[in-house]
Each structure stands twice: as C-alpha cells, then as structure tokens.
Design a protein around this ligand. Structure first.
Ligand code: ZN
Ligand code: ZN
Length: 586
C-alpha cells in the first residue's frame, strides 16, 4: 500500500463528514477529485440519464496498484490527508476517506486501474467485493458507478428530477474547470456534450466553453495584489449580468470557495453600472498564504474565513472599480440573439469512448477575436483619466418624447431621456449631499404632512435622518410633522411628494446605514425629478442634457443600472438594411 494511508481516528473525527452520498453530483465530485489527486491532466465524465443510471469517470492519472485499489473502498482510507495541518491547507483537494466506501455501499462499482503496466479490475456490489482480477494495462483509472441507490429505493425517490441532477453536476464541473484550466475536461450526458475544455491553462477559453462566445468577448482581465493577497481573473463588462449569484466564482489557492462578503463586494463594485439585483460573471483567483485563511471543511460546502478580510475586500473593490469606471461602456445594439444559457443539446457531438492516445479527443477552440477586451486602459500610473468617457454626439431629434436620436462619425445613438436625466440628477444630488455644509432654504409656506400612527412612531425615532439631510422638521399636532426648511439641492416642485418619498424610505428600511439611506434618497429623488416620457425638448435642451450626461462619472447607466445610451455602429446600420456587401448606391 504505497499511496493510500489509513487515516487515524482522531483525524477522521475532525472532519465533519456526515453521509455524503445524497446526490449524483456528490458522487461525481468524489470521483473527479480522486482523478485530480491522481495527477490526471484529462478527465472525462460520462453520465447515463444524468448519472442516475451510470456515472463513469475516465482519467489518465497515476492509477493504483492492487492493494490500494481494494483499500480505497474501505472506510477512512485516503491518500489525500496525511496530517492535521493538511486540513487547513487548501492544496489537497479531497478530505474524506469515507466517500468511496459510502458510494460502493449503495451501488455497483467497476474499477479498472493500472500502475506500471500492471492493471487491476475490482468489482463491488452493494459494498461487497465480488471480484479482484488482473486488468488491462491502460494508463489511468476508469471507474463506473451504476445502479446508484438501487438497494436503497426510498432514497432514489427523493432524488430531484433528472434535469436538476444534471444542472448540479454541470455547475460543479463548470467550477472545477474554472479552477483547473490546465486540465482537459469532458462532461457528457447520454450522447450530448455539456462541457468540453482544452486544458490549455487559458482561463478565458474555459469561460468561453461555459458561457459562450458573446460573454467571453465581454470579459475584462483583472489583477491586483497587496501584502497578503494576489488576485487575477476575469470580470464581465457591466452590460453582462445574470439573475443568479452563482456566476461569481471565487477560487482560493486553486479551490472554489463560497464567501458571501466577497460576492457582496464584487456586486457592490458594479453598483449603478447594472441593476443591483442582477449579478456579474466573474472568476477571481486569489492566492494567499494558507495561514491567513480558516477553512471550514464540510462535505457540502466550502466556507472560508480570512483573517485579513478588510484588505482583501478593498483590493477586490479597487480592482473592479478601476477597471469599469475608466472605459467607454455604451452597449452596442446587439444584433445577435441574446445568449441564453442553453440546456444541454442532445446528440450534438459524439465522443469515441476508447480513443487510444488520449482520454479526450482533440477539439480546436477558436479564440480569434476573443481577446479583444484585454485591457485598453493602461495601468500606467501617469495615465490621465479623461473626464469624459462618453464620446461627443449630436442630437438629431426626439422620438415619442422619450428617446433622443444622436449621431457622430461612428454611427447612431439612442438615448433614454429619463435615464439620462436621472443620472445627471443623481450625480448632482450625491455631490450636494456629500458636502460638509449642506445649504438649506427656508420655506415661505411650510409643508405639513400627516402620517398614520404607526408611521409616525417609526418616523419620530428617525427624525435625525431628516435633520442630517438638512431638513428642518418639527412635530406638529397629532401624527403630523411640519417641514420648515429643505436642503437647497432638492428641487422645490412637488416638495411634499419628495418628503413623502423620503419618509417611505425611512419606514420601509428601518435598519440601514446613513450611506445606504443617502444613496436611496439620491436615487429616488433623481427619478422623481427626471423628465417623464412625452416631454417636449428643443434640440438646444437635448444638447445641454447630453453635455451634462457626458460630465457624469458614469454616464452609461441610470442609478438603477439601466443603460442610458445604446449604440448602432455604421456597420450595424448597414447590416440592418442589408447594405453591407451590396452596392450601397442602390
Ligand atoms: Zn426613474
Ligand atoms: Zn432608473
């Protein structure tokens, strides 16, 4: 027994193992991590009916001798952890010696493995070893788990639908591929290929395999470091966002981890560049001395704590903000179809199961025009950030009092009047609110506002929020307040309505930071005082608005993250009218 060590009991007890074999994804995870531990550079996962009928993992790793092969199915056998310290070190992937034994207990396992041209074949059924014989001299290991749960029918019933099973496995494999771009992966269900990576160590190519070309083209490479952390990876342009947080992938020392604070920081860094409830696609590789982290090893999740969290979050925030705040971000009117994450295509590509040389056959990955987003902003220290990120553009007219049409030599722009005005208001209000001495204006006719009794109780508790904003507010009779002064930045039209809105924010939020409160007030006020649809504007008015917008720090989105402007390049226009390739004079 050269490689596999029997874990001692103390170590085993330290692991919050629990029974792991609940989902096909857990089985896949265990088998694939074994392949990675065996040093495989190619791993093929073949499923029949989302793994419920069969899971087969083929690798080109170092394989096992006969003793190890048999021992690998006994409890507390592991080749992965040799000391307690390893538990805190993320360099070893696996941590449970029990999993293979648990899997074997509820399925039929067929293991073919080979070391130095000596092959071993083990068959186990419901935990009982049926056969140990000489096998083929083929490099690596092939393990097939079938009839999973056949002897525990109740459990099988509880399994989610096949599609959910497959989605779980796919999600797991995607993350594994992102954290191991140097390994060639293939995931196939029945006859359809779900994921295929080329093992070229190019992270962007893995992103392309998972999300498709249109997303890969909109990824920006990022990197940064401080005394404790080194980060590299890719973040999506703000126009790419998804409804799920699941596409923010954090990898620490080669292992995918979950950390809510990191996710929140990433999402906050995009604030107002995209809707807050939509999430970017990011893959961040963090390298850190293992002594700085505390890993809570639980079979079902990888939770991680950093002893120097603040500096890490600051680094992540700065890295993202500096990348997205200095570039032109006008989305092109995309003429291609929106790329929706596709369900696995069936019978699309077939893979030969027994290709001799390599576990996975060669496939070429077209990468042309993919690296166009490698940074255009120089990281040079003396790089001067232009104060106008949006190009000059000239208004031509107004559609339905809602959209401004603009042009310049590059093409045509459509601007959402409300969104543009909202952005201008928002940046102006925020600036005014941030001043140390906010000016206030006395009202000639104070405004009284009547509230319901419960609203009044909450509001009375938080009256200081009004005072901080430089309102002068007093209690006024039963359940009423009177507003005598208002901050000068707030437009006086519809003042009562504005104050009502602020009261609503206070009542709804209850628990919040001043920062978040101010942010909300600025956003709501900017919307309230932005032009409504069906407004008449002269070309002059439009020109002023565009100039105002161009002076904004982020002229590309309204404070809610909607785009203000969409671009139709001359080429797009020609394509739309089928002019390209034709004689344009026709
Ligand atoms: Zn609005
Ligand atoms: Zn908006």
């Amino acid at each position: 027994m050269a490689i596999i060590k029997v874990m001692d009991e103390i170590l085993a007890n330290k692991i919050a193992a629990g029974e792991v074999v609940e989902k096909c994804a857990s089985v896949v995870k265990e088998l694939v991590e074994n392949s990675i531990d065996a040093g495989a550079s190619e791993i093929k996962v073949l499923l029949v009916d989302a793994g419920t009928r069969e899971i087969k993992v083929v690798d080109n790793g170092k394989g096992m001798d006969k003793d190890d092969a048999v021992l690998s199915f006994s409890r507390h056998a592991t080749s992965k952890i040799s000391s307690e310290d390893d538990l805190y070190n993320l360099n070893t992937l696996g941590f449970r010696g029990e999993a293979l034994a648990s899997i074997a207990a509820v399925s039929r396992v067929d293991l073919k493995t080979c070391v130095k041209d000596v092959g071993t074949h083990v068959i186990i059924d419901g935990g009982k070893i049926l056969e140990v014989s000489k096998g083929d001299a083929r490099k690596g290991t092939v393990i097939t788990v079938s009839e999973l749960f056949y002897n525990t029918p109740a459990r099988l019933k509880h399994m989610k639908s096949l599609y959910t099973e497959l989605a779980n496995i796919t999600d797991y494999m995607n993350k594994l591929a992102l954290s191991h771009p140097g390994i060639r992966f293939l995931l196939q269900n029945n006859d359809s290929v779900i994921l295929r990576t080329d093992g070229s160590s190019n992270l962007l190519k893995v992103i392309q395999s998972i999300y498709g070309n249109s997303v890969a083209r909109k990824m920006i490479s990022v990197s940064g470091e401080n005394a404790d952390y080194e980060i590299s990876g890719y973040i999506s342009l703000p126009e790419v966002h998804r409804s799920s947080r699941n596409n923010m992938v954090t990898i620490v020392n080669g292992r995918v981890v979950k950390n809510l604070e990191i996710n929140r920081t990433i999402n906050d860094a995009y604030h107002s560049y995209k809707p807050d409830n939509r999430y970017p696609v990011t893959v961040l590789n963090i390298t850190v001395d293992p002594s700085v982290i505390d890993v809570n090893i639980h079979p079902t999740k990888m939770d991680i704590k950093f002893s120097k969290m603040d500096t890490l979050l600051e680094l992540i925030n700065d890295m993202i903000v500096s990348k997205i705040s200095n570039r032109e971000l006008i989305p092109s009117a995309s003429l291609e179809k929106e790329e929706v994450k596709e369900r696995p295509k069936y019978a699309e590509q077939f893979i030969k199961l027994d290709s001799k040389e390599s576990v996975i056959e060669e496939v070429s990955f077209p990468l042309d025009e993919l690296i166009i987003n490698e940074d255009i902003v120089s990281d040079n220290a003396d790089y001067v950030v232009s104060d106008k990120l949006m190009p000059e553009m000239y208004p031509v007219g107004l559609v339905h009092g809602t959209y401004i049409i603009l042009e310049n030599e590059n093409g045509m722009y459509l601007m959402d009047l409300h969104a543009a005005k909202e952005r201008c208001n928002y940046e102006r209000f925020k600036k005014e609110m941030g001043k140390p001495n906010i000016a206030s204006t006395a009202l000639l006719f104070p405004v009284t506002i009547e509230l319901s009794n419960d609203e009044y109780i909450i509001l009375k508790e938080h009256l200081n929020l009004f005072t901080d904003l430089k309102f002068k507010v007093e209690e006024f009779g039963i359940n009423s307040i009177i507003v005598k002064e208002h901050p000068t930045w707030l437009p006086t039209n519809n003042l009562e309505d504005s104050i009502r809105t602020i009261i609503d924010v206070i009542i709804k939020e209850r628990e919040f930071s001043i920062e978040k409160f101010n942010e909300k007030v600025a956003t709501m006020m900017s919307c309230k005082h932005a032009v409504r649809a069906n407004t008449h504007l002269t070309i002059e008015d439009m020109r002023d608005l565009v100039e105002d917008l161009r002076c904004c720090k982020n002229p590309f989105n309204c404070p809610h993250g909607r785009p203000t402007t969409i671009f139709y390049s001359n080429y797009d226009l020609e394509k739309l009218f089928k002019r390209s390739g034709f004689d344009t004079k026709k």
